[in-house]
Design a protein around this ligand. Structure first.
Ligand code: PLP
Length: 436
């Protein structure tokens, strides 16, 4: 049964006529029958063109931390845009956004960008310029945006492509990347203490950076093992490597200070996006004074016509203001825990082995596993088909997590106790329907 009602189907046909596959990002394409066209969002809900309402646990792949169309954020954005948006000069909006980011996260310096991809791309350049080295370590199953350098061994890779655990192969995740790029990337399994240590000790003279999503935000919210991030910190310190936390998904979501606060480990550079702007396109590269000041006009480039534009900067300033003044993250955490406990109980009662874990604000559900998965290689053993069936049954009942289990359940502050109760009821029905 198609997810599309008649209006949605008609609009999607128009979209396909002028936009490749009808979407402006490949991840949004769920096939010709199940790709939706959304009319609007409000709080925790979205409505498609046929007026069907869904409790939204995708939140645009994570950004909408406060809920859709948040009045306070939108009011400040409107105020900003009435005074013009782009000037090629610094504005007070940018200063306020940067000051708030510094206060929340404890970084020394911030540069605003528009997307997470721009932020990770520039972070790698800064790390290379700072160390005068060219290679970097990335972990399998992690996603750092659409930069050629990072599109290797991400969550869509299969076991054969990524080679053995002892000797991993950086597997290109897309056509169109020059072969020469592969030589700069060292891929390793996440949470493998020994593999990182062996690699760093053997090749440190070439390694500019270790980039890591502290929580696997693109692989079911898999958590770092206790001590793993500290291990990376120690190796980076010892061998002069720049440690980059990619906090595009975790930033301003799992804690006000993101993963650095949650795990008590500090990075040299941090990339933020998503929850920074409650859905408006804004991102940031941030970090330690000495590393950030590698950026130098005329010598070490970071630029962008729209970086820090008034809409983006006002959205960031306003979102962080709400997060500072409200107990939004505490509410999200409470609802996340209730959902995780409920889902765990239902799956146990229905006899489905599962791991339900990750931070409550972006938790994952992995089916058909007896133990906590620690990396992509473990995740590939999970029952992704059953998860997808349950996901589609949920969506038919007006509850919308991603049907792809690699994407965590994202929660926003607008979610209510009633939404949580409804979701759990629907989850039980969906599991039963999927089991047939
Ligand atoms: C961890 C991480 N880094 C970087 C990106 C890229 O961000 P953007 O889509 O804003 O370019 C994403 C996007 O999902 C992400 O999850």
């Amino acid at each position: 049964m198609s997810m599309q009602g008649p209006e949605t189907r008609r609009a999607f046909r128009r979209a396909k006529a002028v936009i490749p596959h009808g979407v402006n990002s490949n991840f949004r394409y769920w096939g010709d029958d199940d790709t939706l066209v959304i009319a609007r969002g409000q709080g925790a809900y979205i409505w498609d063109l046929d007026g069907r309402r869904y409790i939204d646990y995708r939140l645009g792949f994570g950004p909408v931390i406060l809920g859709h169309a948040h009045p306070q954020v939108d009011a400040r954005v409107h105020e900003a845009m009435r005074g013009g948006v782009t000037f090629a000069w610094t504005t007070p909006w940018e200063i306020e956004a940067a000051e708030r980011i510094v206060r929340f996260t404890g970084v020394d310096k911030v540069r605003l960008t528009n997307t997470g991809t721009e932020a990770t791309f520039h972070a790698l350049r800064i790390a290379r310029a700072y160390t005068n080295r060219e290679k970097f370590i990335k972990f399998e199953g992690q996603y750092h945006g659409q930069v050629d350098y990072f599109m290797f061994s991400n969550a869509s890779s299969n076991r054969r492509m990524i080679g053995s655990r002892r000797s991993p192969i950086p597997a290109a995740a897309t056509s169109g990347i020059p072969k020469a790029v592969q030589q700069y990337i060292i891929t390793l399994p996440f949470n493998d203490f020994e593999a990182v240590e062996r690699t760093v000790k053997a090749r440190w003279g070439d390694i500019a950076a270790i980039i890591v999503e502290p929580v696997l935000g693109n692989l079911a919210g898999i958590m770092p093992k206790p001590g793993f991030l500290e291990h990376l910190r120690r190796l980076a310190d010892e061998y002069g490597i720049v440690l980059i936390f990619d906090e595009v998904k975790t930033g301003f979501r799992i804690a006000k200070g993101g993963a650095q606060e949650y795990f008590g480990v500090r990075a040299d550079l941090v990339t933020y996006a998503k929850s920074l702007g409650n859905g408006y396109p804004v991102a940031a590269i941030a970090g330690r004074e000495e590393v950030m000041m590698t950026i130098q006009p005329g010598a070490m480039a970071h630029g962008g016509t729209y970086s820090g534009n008034a809409v983006a900067a006002a959205a960031a300033a306003a979102t962080l203001q709400v997060l500072e003044e409200d107990d939004a993250l505490a509410t999200i955490e409470r609802h996340g825990r209730a959902l995780m406990d409920g889902i765990r109980t239902i799956l146990a009662e229905e006899g489905i082995p599962a791991w339900v874990g990750g931070p409550p604000s972006m938790f994952g559900v992995v089916l058909g596993v007896d133990e906590e998965p620690r990396d992509l290689r473990d995740y590939l053993k999970a029952d992704a088909d059953l998860y997808e069936e349950i996901g589609m049954e949920l969506i038919r009942r007006g509850v919308m997590p991603d049907a792809d289990g690699r994407e965590p359940w994202f929660l926003c502050a607008a979610l209510s106790d009633e939404d949580v109760a409804y979701t759990l009821e629907a989850f039980r029905e969906a599991v039963r329907a999927a089991k047939g």
